[in-house]
Ligand binder design. Structure first.
Ligand code: WQD
Length: 340
């Protein structure tokens, strides 16, 4: 069975990808430093997949620890690299924390397994596009100057990977540019676990609906969009997880060489107000929200052209916005019951 290292594997997208890897017949090995995840997710995963996956607590920014990992896990056929800090606002406050963790982790990992001709999937983001000149945005759209150190770490990481391939490494690499991942596994055993006050829209909505937050503030309804609120390409985290399996399978084909990049979204734009309406429709819960001022750094509208992913990655998102909202709500209720 092909062993796949999943760094950040106890995180939101990582844990959902572990489930899809097992369903596809791979053996996931989870590496996580638990800085932004919870060890209880390991037991939740065991309940879903029927066994407890191998787990190593490792700070990938620590070079010696990563070298030790290659001794513990020498027979790795692929790596899916999620491990990184990802809060836009926090990255502006603490840029060095973001550059250290996100770059040291990536370079340490690539160095440690260098020469083993691995298939490497990198977790990138639509953030690299900034506000695209044309919508939907395609993979060959220009990468705009990053709006945050977080976005910069994603842009530079893609350059690091391309330079490594160009130097003749025998890695195969695919970068997946995620749009906005939301929702949760149908079991409500895993989902998004925002530590502290959620920065992202959907966890703020579900925490407001459960009573943890007083109301949702819509950050601006005076944008140049149909209802005035910002537009994003929201994608169910399970569809997103399946894209990582598709990326491994593409790299397992002899015809794939070097490096490629794919948009992982639905190809459909949805506004903040439409997300709120979808949540109320899907759950029957009336949401307390008001319109407030714009949030600095927000892109007005972005959604992905997913033609390349559909045709070359052989992957397409299947779950709709109502399913995203109902699964996110089921997860929030499960957290409340477990007081997770
Ligand atoms: C979505 C929309 C807000 C909260 C970020 C990162 C991106 C990725 C996903 C990691 C925006 C509006 C939000 C609220 C609101 N992260 N909003 N009220 O900013 O599109 O993307 O998270 O990979 O890289 O940039 O996601 O969920 O924060 O915001 O009105 O309380 O919801 O203004 O228009 P974003 P988000």
């Amino acid at each position: 069975m092909k062993k796949i290292l999943v760094t950040g594997g106890l995180g939101f997208i990582g844990s959902h990808t572990v489930v899809e890897l097992v369903k596809a017949g791979y053996e996931p090995v989870i590496v996580d430093d638990l800085s932004n995840s919870h060890i209880s997710i390991l037991d939740q995963l065991a309940t879903i997949i029927g066994f407890k996956p191998v787990f190593h607590q490792v700070d990938l920014a620590d070079e010696a620890a990563v070298r030790q990992l290659t001794i513990t896990e020498p027979q790795v056929e692929g790596i899916i690299h999620f491990a990184a800090f990802k809060a836009v606002g926090e990255s502006v406050q603490f840029p060095l924390k973001y550059y250290r963790n996100n770059f040291y982790s990536l370079v340490n990992l690539l160095n440690a397994y260098y020469g083993k001709s691995l298939n490497f999937v990198f977790s990138s983001s639509c953030t690299v596009y900034g506000q695209p000149d044309q919508l939907p945005v395609t993979e060959d759209a220009p990468v705009k100057p990053a709006q945050s150190p977080y976005g910069n770490t994603k842009q530079v990481a893609e350059e690091i990977l391309k330079d490594m391939i160009a130097s003749g490494s025998n890695y195969k690499v695919i970068s997946l540019r995620y749009f906005n991942p939301v929702g949760a596994h149908e079991s409500a055993l895993i989902g998004e676990l925002p530590l502290g006050v959620p920065q992202n829209l959907v966890p703020f909505i579900t925490q407001t609906a459960i009573g943890k937050r007083e109301k949702v503030t819509v950050f601006g309804d005076d944008y140049n969009t149909p209802d005035g609120s910002c537009i994003r390409d929201y994608i169910h985290v399970v569809d997103l997880a399946k894209a990582h399996v598709a990326a491994l399978k593409l790299m397992e084909q002899d015809s794939f060489t070097g490096y490629d990049v794919f948009n992982i979204g639905t190809g459909k734009g949805t506004s903040v107000l439409e997300i709120i309406q979808a949540f109320e429709r899907a759950t029957g819960v009336k949401l307390n929200y008001t319109v407030g001022p714009r949030r600095g750094g927000d892109v007005e509208q972005v959604w992905g052209d997913v033609t390349k992913s559909t045709e070359k990655l052989n992957w397409k998102a299947e779950l709709d916005v109502d399913t995203m909202m109902s699964s996110a709500w089921a997860w929030e209720k499960a957290i409340a019951q477990k007081a997770l």
